[in-house]
Ligand binder design. Structure first.
Ligand code: MV4
Length: 455
């Protein structure tokens, strides 16, 4: 087992990894930027190394600085956390080339799943259900139009290097196609330095449901059920839940076993998530994330499995201590992402925390690096806490989440807690009548109603 791990991340996820390491008797080194010198993860770690100034390029994305810190502190392994370098093939290679273990999959798996067209091809060959579309990259608008006519409008033009919706354009008709194609490709080229695109039939009202996978290096792969992440705006998840409402045990086992089989056939190792769109009772593979996810917490609450611990264990070469039949799904968990932002305009709200009180009690978990007097920097992601509840049923989880949100005190900055409280009150949310467009539509409708009422 590793004696010492370097954590190349910040905020709540760095703290989450420090906590897992402590429980495993593993020493920790947290690297940080000058803006994070007073971070909770830095305080909790055994050692810390400042690797550069606030901008991520010069610190959390600075590969030479991170490797130097790893050498100086003599660690065995590096945990990349989430975001930053966690899905960077080159970083993964460099970590291993310098004699450290990368806590994650192989660079080949990162590269394969990072190219969305290759990922889709791989899953096609392995038998996952896919959204109908082009067999791979579409060379030009002419070829694209032929394929679009075959699958029928509307179609979606997607960047192979994409994710997060960048370089993605809907074409609703033959007339619109050429300009959408050109725009998507130009946007992809500008954002990723790669203008390659592929085509899919556009699904108009899907839910986003993802499967959590865990694989060791001995060919054992399990799925840990699904999460519903449909409640989002601007491609940012806002509320996630496990299990996905309405998904039966048969559906879960069907798609979960398929996903686990694919991961096994790929020789995948580590934690991973297969994302699906779910529409009219059918699952369609979207993409695979080759890292831990923010919302891994709700899966942990329902399965009782510490995903970060298991991720470290399999990276160290240990076989999984359980099989699929051992995994039980208990109750319902929900996560609200608390962001430092205005609850209506979503403008970031960095600043000093003047008062902080975290909720507690049965079935409440708070993953956050906040404390009284902490300065939320303006440089990074605005998520400052994850509020997680676990209860027997979805109805009890809803009540518990409301109670926890009401107990939570964060002063000195604005947060989206009022937004979460409003979401919980929405009748459609309460009965899980939502899809990926629900939150944005609901916010627009409520805003319009507010405007009319003011007249
Ligand atoms: C789609 C889709 C509808 N039809 N593909 C958005 C980001 C990228 N990762 C995939 N995305 C989508 N792909 C087809 N064929 C709708 C989306 C989509 C979406 C997906 C998941 C979560 C939120 C979303 C928000 C808008 C669009």
């Amino acid at each position: 087992m590793f004696k010492k791990i370097l954590i190349a991340n910040r905020g709540e996820i760095a703290l989450r990894i420090v906590r897992a390491c402590k429980e495993m008797g593993i020493e920790t080194v947290v690297v940080h930027s000058t803006a994070d010198a007073n971070g909770m993860a830095v305080r909790m770690a055994d050692e810390s190394v400042c690797i550069g100034p606030a901008p991520s390029r010069q610190s959390y994305l600075n590969i030479p600085a991170i490797l130097t810190a790893a050498s100086v502190t003599n660690v065995d392994a590096i945990h990349p956390g989430i975001g930053f370098l966690s899905e960077n093939e080159e970083f993964c290679r460099m970590v291993e080339a310098h004699g450290f273990t990368f806590i994650g999959p192989t660079p080949e798996h990162i590269a394969k799943m990072g190219d969305k067209a290759v990922a889709k091809d791989t899953m096609r060959a392995l038998g996952l259900p896919l959204i109908p579309g082009s067999p791979g990259i579409v060379r030009d608008a002419e070829e694209g139009l032929k394929i679009a006519k075959d699958c029928g409008f509307p179609v979606l033009i997607k960047a192979v290097a994409g994710g997060g919706g960048k370089g993605m354009k809907v074409a609703r008709s033959e007339e619109e196609f050429k300009s959408s194609f050109t725009m998507a490709s130009a946007e992809a080229k500008a954002a990723f330095g790669n203008g390659d695109v592929y085509l899919e039939k556009y699904l108009s009202h899907p839910r986003h449901i993802e499967i959590q996978l865990l694989a060791d290096s001995h060919g054992n792969v399990v799925h840990l059920g699904e999460r519903d992440c449909s409640v989002q705006r601007s491609h940012q998840k806002v509320v996630e839940e496990c299990p996905a409402p309405g998904i039966t045990a048969e559906q879960r086992n069907f798609i979960g076993d398929l996903a686990a089989d694919c991961a096994r056939k790929m020789g995948y190792r580590g934690v991973g998530t297969m994302e699906f769109l779910f529409e009219d009772g059918k699952f369609y593979f979207l993409e695979m994330n080759t890292r831990l996810q923010i919302e891994h917490t709700i899966t942990e609450m329902v399965t009782g499995i510490d995903l970060v611990r298991e991720q470290i264990m399999v990276a160290a070469g240990h076989p999984l201590p359980f099989r699929q039949k051992d995994i039980k799904f208990d109750g319902h968990a929900m996560e609200c992402r608390v962001n430092a932002e205005h609850p209506e305009t979503f403008i970031p709200s960095p600043g000093k925390i003047t008062r902080y009180h975290a909720p507690g009690g049965l079935g409440v978990r708070v993953d956050s690096a906040l404390y009284d007097g902490y300065m939320v920097p303006s440089t990074y992601d605005s998520m400052v806490a994850k509020l997680i509840v676990h209860a027997k049923t979805r109805e009890e989880a809803l009540m518990r989440m409301q109670r926890a949100l009401e107990e939570c005190v964060i002063e000195g900055i604005q947060t989206n807690i009022p937004l979460h409280l409003r979401i919980l009150q929405e009748p459609e949310f309460r009965v899980a009548q939502f899809n990926i467009h629900w939150l944005e539509k609901t916010l627009a409708r409520r805003k319009e109603e507010g405007r009319k009422a003011a007249l």
